[in-house]
Design a protein around this ligand. Structure first.
Ligand code: FAD
Length: 597
């Protein structure tokens, strides 16, 4: 049975127009000035239609059929309907939605692209992985590509004629890219011969397009060891000349696809490079730097994937909780005419529903805020504003990636729980979400790696610049609403937590100087602690924005009551994370390895 999906347009519109006031923002950002509310609404409506009508019905098909691999031809066939949906996606102009106009894209801001992406991923997470990697490749080519590379590779990716991939992982190196072995030997014509095997490559081979452009990390012959000796190469499946003309097959071959827990419609490929023609992109030995251009974009996008799966799982759990009759409410029958009350009357079902609703809507507000920062960073004419936005988005990226995907796992599990045994069996489609959600907290840097990025790099190495900026804004918001009676249930607590957040960060910093293991011991708790406060900030702002908006009274009340639940029942999770951080590294390292079992 296919589960339902209705694009949450009302909440998306609230976030864009009321909370983030994007009309004012776009009016002052170059290239966005002509973007009217009507145009944005039309884009959102069309994306909702495409997601609901074309992609959502293919979600279950993709999970059931998965991809197939033909060993003889080394070709991958995607699930029935996926290729046609991609053609419709390209025909609809979606491939180049946020890509630069100079490359044939529509140049829309990421703030408009992000909700479109959310809808696509809610409708069909596996299908959404194919265009996802193209988006990352577009960014890397746009920023680091030479002019001819942009002409030859960027334009066909932007038009959707070709797709892109991101080839980092090898069998012995995932997190630790310094270990990678793929080699790049210079050819006489200025290209390089790439040799090595990459694994787990999303959309590495498929039947959507004739050519696939792999962005591959490899080592030049004289490269220094470790991450300082990695370069980035463009390696197309079909050879492409400097004039953009497509030649014959390159020495790139899919060696197989993985059988995995979820995301089955997404081809996860072994890709063998056997002296394949590749072109250096960006500076030699600075490949990781160039790849980070893709990774930051991709990390925010994976955070949105988490949000998207949670949204669809929640929608179905909510419908089920309204329909399924079991037991009576503890305070007496609420629907006496029926043989039992619907699940939604029960306290713990309400806890599970509100947990999902508050994590999803708070996560959406935070994710879309980050998208506005990306647009400001790239488009603002005020260098100070752009730098500030860059610091903020760099600080928020690991929080959004890790927290929204951890939340996705929690939400998908709670949605399944609401279905009881009917969630665990395959027939109702709910277990697919729990399986699909699981990868989001693993790929594009696991939760642990996001946490180390946040605490180790963004806080310790970069002296917490992003945190300070975030706290300045939070402080200004609290000061602005200090005497606002309607926000008095949120503001004082938010202010107290902001103060505590800075103190905790300073304490951890001091401890880490004495013992670097303290960073790893505290990192995930620190990230989740930070994430819950960031969501509290998003919730308080959402209530304020709803109250000041022309939204209906029901909408305003729903925002306030959800925020109240969040502050009362989820924000206290910061206490447990704080206690774990304060306990320090001792209890982790006291245990000798041999005594683990
Ligand atoms: C479906 C799927 C799609 C993927 N798509 C792509 C793709 O398109 N391109 C690509 O290049 N890769 C891709 N990957 C690979 C993915 O990014 C890696 O699996 C991931 O980065 C983790 O690497 P690993 O699996 O080698 O785990 P390892 O690096 O071996 O790590 C194992 C565990 O140890 C933890 N760990 C490692 N180091 C530390 C540390 N210092 N502190 C604390 N914990 C640590 C990790 O968090 C993890 O939990 C994909 C993987 C899957 C399953």
């Amino acid at each position: 049975m296919t589960t339902n999906y209705t694009a949450p347009l009302a909440d998306i519109r609230f976030d864009l127009f009321d909370l983030l006031e994007v009309e004012k923002l776009f009016a002052r950002l170059p290239g966005c000035g002509e973007l009217t509310r009507e145009t944005i609404d039309a884009v959102l409506d069309e994306a909702a239609k495409f997601s609901e009508a074309v992609l959502a019905p293919l979600n279950e098909v993709g999970d059931r059929q998965g991809c197939t691999f033909d060993r003889t031809s080394a070709e991958v066939t995607t699930p029935k309907g996926f290729k046609r949906a991609y053609e419709q996606y390209v025909e609809g102009g979606w491939a180049g939605l946020t890509a630069p106009e100079a490359a044939g894209g529509q140049g829309l801001p990421e703030t408009v692209g992000a909700p479109v992406k959310e809808m696509i991923d809610s409708a069909n997470l596996a299908w959404g992985t194919y265009p996802l990697l193209s988006h990352g490749a577009t960014e890397a080519l746009r920023v680091h590509g030479e002019d001819w590379q942009k002409e030859a590779f960027l334009k066909p990716i932007v038009s959707g004629e070709w797709t892109g991939t991101m080839c980092l992982t090898e069998a012995h190196c995932g997190t630790d890219l310094g270990l990678l072995k793929t080699r790049a030997e210079p050819n006489e014509d200025g290209s390089h011969a790439i040799t090595g095997t990459k694994i787990f490559i999303t959309a590495g081979e498929h039947d959507f397009t004739e050519n696939i452009v792999h962005l591959v990390l490899a080592r030049l012959p004289d490269a220094p060891p470790g991450v300082k000796g990695i370069s980035l190469f463009i390696v197309p499946k079909m050879r492409v000349g400097r004039d953009g003309a497509m030649g014959g097959r390159n020495a790139v071959r899919c060696g197989g696809i993985e059988h995995k827990m979820g995301l089955k419609g997404s081809a996860t490929c072994v890709i063998n490079f056997d002296g394949a023609q590749g072109w250096l992109i960006g500076e030699a030995n600075r490949g990781l730097h160039a790849m980070f251009t893709m990774m930051n974009t991709a990390r925010l996008a994976v955070g949105l994937q988490g949000l998207a799966v949670a949204e669809r799982a929640y929608q179905n759990a909510l419908s089920y909780a309204r329909e399924r009759l079991q037991m009576r409410a503890l305070s007496g029958a609420k629907f006496p005419a029926q043989p039992a009350d619907p699940l939604i009357v029960h306290g713990d079902i309400r806890r599970m529903l509100l947990t999902q609703k508050s994590l999803i809507e708070g996560g959406r507000a935070l994710g879309l805020y980050a998208a506005t920062l990306v647009d400001i960073q790239h488009r603002s004419e005020d260098p100070a504003e752009a730098t500030r936005a860059e610091a903020l988005v760099s600080f928020l990226t690991p929080i959004i990636k890790a927290m929204l995907t951890e939340n996705a796992n929690e939400c998908a599990s709670l949605a399944l729980q609401i279905y009881g045994g009917h969630g665990y069996i395959a027939d109702n489609g709910m277990e697919q979400y729990a399986r699909d959600a699981r990868i989001t907290s693993i790929y594009e840097g696991t939760t642990q790696i996001q946490a180390l990025d946040l605490l180790g790099r963004k806080i310790m190495q970069q002296r917490g610049e992003g945190l300070q900026l975030f706290l300045e804004q939070l402080g200004a918001f609290c000061a602005q609403h200090a005497n606002d009676e309607s926000l008095s249930e949120f503001i004082p607590e938010l202010g107290t937590l902001a103060k505590e957040w800075m103190e905790v960060t300073q304490t951890l910093g001091k401890r880490a100087v004495a013992n670097p293991d303290e960073i790893g011991a505290a990192a995930v708790d620190y990230l989740m602690y930070s994430g819950y406060i960031a969501l509290a900030d998003a919730w308080a702002r959402s209530v304020a924005a709803a109250d000041a908006s022309g939204q209906s009274e029901d909408f305003k009340q729903a925002k306030r009551l959800t925020a109240r639940f969040y502050f009362a029942r989820l924000l206290p999770r910061t206490r447990a994370h704080l206690a774990a951080m304060q306990a320090g590294a001792d209890s982790l390292f006291a245990m000798p390895d041999a005594l683990f079992g």
